[in-house]
Design a protein around this ligand. Structure first.
Ligand SMILES: [Zn+2]
Length: 156
């Protein structure tokens, strides 16, 4: 049995700025109104696979730190990020930016693509998800615009 929540309807969303150094158009600093959809698969226990409310709050808790931030890969082969006091210095492809650290979310991936964002959110939440019920598969999809997103999944 499969349980699904569409993040655009379930209010699992965040707005953020980012850049993708390897794609010419996306190398310009720009933003998205992201939303995160999830799927959970397994055998229901007493008729329920997982409480929708718990699932939504787990995802919201994971994405809240990204909301209204600039997503900066902390360690990347494609861009550099230097923290100098309360400032984050970002450089890639001949560009240099200086952001207040309070406006930055340091991403634990080498790029802020929707592919790697979905993997990051999956890894931040999977332990808690698999603690609930009889769950065998968990998928996280990050959409940067309606109908355009990337998914990561894990099975146990
Ligand atoms: Zn983008």
């Amino acid at each position: 049995m499969k349980l699904m929540i569409d993040g655009s309807l379930g209010h699992m969303d965040f707005s953020a700025a980012h850049f993708i150094p390897t794609i010419e158009k996306c190398a310009h600093l720009h933003g998205h109104n992201y939303y995160v959809s999830v799927e959970v698969e397994g055998d229901p226990v007493e008729g329920v696979l997982m409480d929708y409310g718990i699932l939504k709050s787990l995802i919201r808790k994971a994405i809240e730190p990204l909301d209204h931030r600039i997503l900066v890969p902390e360690h990347s082969g494609f861009s550099t990020c230097k923290i100098d006091g309360d400032v984050c210095l970002v450089a890639y492809a001949g560009k240099k930016f200086q952001f207040p650290i309070s406006d930055v979310y340091l991403l634990d991936r080498e790029m802020s693509s929707s592919e790697l964002l979905s993997r990051s959110i999956l890894e931040k939440t999977e332990k808690e998800i698999f603690r609930h019920g009889n769950i065998k598969r968990f998928a996280v999809c990050v959409y940067e615009s309606p109908g355009q997103g990337a998914c990561s999944e894990v099975s146990r």
